[in-house]
Design a protein around this ligand. Sequence first.
Ligand SMILES: [Zn+2]
Length: 124
Amino acid sequence: MQRWTSQLSSILGIMYETEHFLSAEQVHQNLMRKGSDIGIATVYRNLKKLVGQGLISEVSWKDVKYYTRHPFSNAFFVCVKCDKLLRMDIPIADQTYLSNEIGMSVKKWRMTFEGICEECERCI
Ligand SMILES: [Zn+2]
């Protein structure tokens, strides 16, 4: 199982290089840049495994799954120009507060901000 382990750890390594989200394709590109010959199917499979183990979390945006090393992320910023997903830490409210506020039992919440990222803003 050595091969599986080294692929898994190199994928985790990529995930730990950023605070933000990466698609399987972006993870794959980063691995290739480092000289890996890992296939995209293997990347998908291992990302799914890592999600299953609770080591990373995933969100979907426009039918694409994005992954982050942060186990629970409920707010993100999407750049409408380059489709980059940036994780945000927003201590807006906890579930108990929300539940009391709206009188319904909130189990989960997610917030998406859309706009133009710093990088794209510079290119305008
Ligand atoms: Zn952008």
